[in-house]
Design a protein around this ligand. Structure first.
Ligand code: 13P
Ligand code: SF4
Length: 312
């Protein structure tokens, strides 16, 4: 099948099955282009919660599709490839986290949305990178906080809010890979370029950055600032949207420490989804995300608290 034929068939199935395709900004551009909606973790979760479609095809990673199922359990949620995991989510095993939480019973548990449904059931409130500051600031000052699983985002929040939080030791392999020395050299080569970074990046990278924000905040920044060149410290899938919203500007993916196969910071988990797999999952209505109803009921509570705290 050619790419054009695949797109035609995806469009036909989407109409026939009343399906909506949601894509994260880190997906391959062919998937972003065919999606009904492209967004960051928060906006995609909000969209999944209120969709009228019968089927949600989630072009993203497992925790995102799982979140869609939790917030809208009557829908069938499909993930093109079930192996689309996340290193951050994997870095927080539920049994160990349960012990950690039990050892600090007076703490409010704030979990980054990049975690499993099991971790969500043990959390008081969920956050994403676009609402994390607001959520931490909404917690009474005298309340101690556990923040999991991303220690880089956690450290960033501590610096920004002045709150002393107990951090889980998890990281995103993609955002950990950026090279400080190469970044400094790149900035020296292009002095007018502005470094912008996702808060999952290490502290030394964030300190170099002119702006730190979620994927949607980074997009807004390049759209609304007058600069012509940006060094972008996050997954390079986002460059596709940047090139669309401000095509006259130049975007340089931030350099990584070790040259991997693609010599860039692509998220291998995000990129296991392909147009072929998207089509196949719509044809077969599989792989489907299935979650125990008790887990859904428990995990929904902190997600709904996050939604309430994200408005206004
Ligand atoms: P946001 O799109 O919410 O900024 O999150 C980035 C991310 O790591 C998704 O895996
Ligand atoms: Fe997980 Fe990092 Fe990939 Fe996002 S970019 S899905 S946090 S491994």
């Amino acid at each position: 099948m050619t790419k054009t034929e695949m797109i035609a068939e995806i469009n036909r199935l989407r109409r026939e099955k009343n399906a909506v395709i949601l894509s994260h900004y880190y997906q391959d551009k062919s998937i972003q282009d065919i999606a009904n909606f492209v967004g960051d973790s928060l906006v995609l979760a909000q969209h999944a919660a209120r969709t009228n479609a019968e089927i949600i095809v989630f072009a993203g990673v497992h925790f995102m599709a799982e979140t869609a199922k939790i917030v809208n359990p009557s829908k069938k949620v499909l993930l093109p490839d079930l192996s689309a995991g996340c290193s951050l989510s994997d870095s927080c095993p539920p049994e160990e986290f349960a012990k950690f939480v039990a050892n600090h019973p007076d703490h409010i548990v704030v979990s980054y949305i990049n975690c499993s449904a099991a971790i969500k059931t043990m959390s008081d409130i969920i956050c994403t990178s676009s609402n994390a500051l607001k959520i931490i600031e909404s917690i009474p000052k005298e309340k101690p906080i556990i923040f999991a699983p991303d220690k880089n985002l956690g450290k960033y929040l501590i610096r920004e809010t002045g709150r002393d939080m107990l951090l889980w030791d998890g990281v995103c392999v993609v955002h950990e890979a950026f090279s400080f020395d190469k970044m400094v050299a790149l900035k020296r080569k292009y002095p007018s370029a502005k470094i912008i970074a996702h808060p999952e990046s290490e502290e030394q990278i964030l300190k170099l950055a002119k702006f730190v924000g979620s994927t949607s905040a980074l997009l807004k920044y390049v759209k609304t600032t007058p600069d012509q060149m940006y060094i972008v410290a996050t997954e390079p899938g986002i460059l596709h949207q940047m090139q669309q919203i401000a095509s006259h500007k130049t975007y340089i993916p931030a350099p990584v420490e070790e040259d991997n196969t693609c010599a860039c910071s692509e998220c291998a988990y995000m990129k296991v989804n392909t147009l072929e797999k998207l089509l196949r999952c719509m044809q077969l209505e599989s792989p489907e995300i299935l979650i125990d109803s008790e887990i859904i009921a428990k995990a929904k509570i902190p997600l709904e608290k996050m939604f309430q705290c994200s408005y206004g």
